[in-house]
Ligand binder design. Structure first.
Ligand code: MN
Length: 236
């Protein structure tokens, strides 16, 4: 019997204690969990694994308890927490997944992604992503002091909010052709992702795309119990 949870887009910051409480409540309610998949943008920003902010310590504590309960934890980076690395995950024995990874879910090979790469119409974002994923850029960024990085993260967040408010709705959703291409490249008939904040199960031709939701006043979660999958929410 396999019991797995898939969540993404919690966008945790010091301003979201209710979402941390929601996560704890969800984990408690679910009981024994075999696998917990954190599919990106768990944090609103990530300035490096050396960040010693109370939030990063509290989250590691929560995950340590989860891991000690026998749960395997997996993490996919989102566009917010793209600098998160294996050394932070080592604190609670979690595994860093690549940008697109196939995993057996409910009896089927399933592709897991954060989802930003599926929004291929958002060319400005993809241009920024290419820069921010350049190893040299990352080394330069991580060499700055924590304080400098905090300021930069604030600045980037403000810029990204402004850019998003000027973009058409459909630009920030997935491109259907990109979805088809990615799924056929990986030979899967199921894709699970977050990022777009549009929770839904989309039937495709002999396939399915499941979109996780963001956490605000509700928490969104996809649960695998053996062969069944359920996308559900509960109020915080
Ligand atoms: Mn995202």
């Amino acid at each position: 019997m396999t019991h797995s949870l898939f969540i993404s887009d919690l966008h945790l910051s010091e301003d979201t204690p209710q979402i941390e409480q929601g996560l704890t409540a969800l984990l408690k309610k679910e009981g024994d969990i075999d696998r917990l998949f954190l599919l990106g943008d768990i944090f609103e920003a990530w300035i490096g694994d050396d960040d010693d902010s109370p939030l990063t310590l509290r989250f590691a504590d929560t995950m340590t308890r989860v891991a000690e309960g026998g749960t395997q934890i997996f993490f996919t980076r989102g566009n917010r927490d793209f600098l998160l690395g294996q050394s932070y995950l080592d604190r609670f024995n979690a595994t860093l997944l690549g940008d697109s990874v196939c995993v057996e879910v409910a009896g089927e090979s399933t592709l897991l992604m954060h989802g930003d790469l599926l929004c291929s119409d958002d060319v400005d974002y993809l241009a920024f992503r290419a820069i921010a994923h350049n190893p040299e850029w990352q080394v330069e960024m991580l060499a700055k002091s924590l304080e400098e990085r905090r300021q930069l993260a604030k600045h980037l967040r403000a810029m990204s909010k402004e850019a998003a408010s000027n973009k058409a709705e459909d630009i920030m959703d997935v491109n259907e052709a990109t979805v088809r291409t990615v799924m056929s490249e990986h030979g899967v008939s199921r894709l699970i992702h977050g990022h777009t904040h549009r929770p839904c199960r989309h039937p495709l031709q002999n396939a399915e795309r499941i979109v996780l939701g963001d956490w605000n006043n509700t928490t969104w979660c996809l649960r695998e119990r053996d062969e069944t999958l359920e996308l559900f929410e509960f109020k915080l």
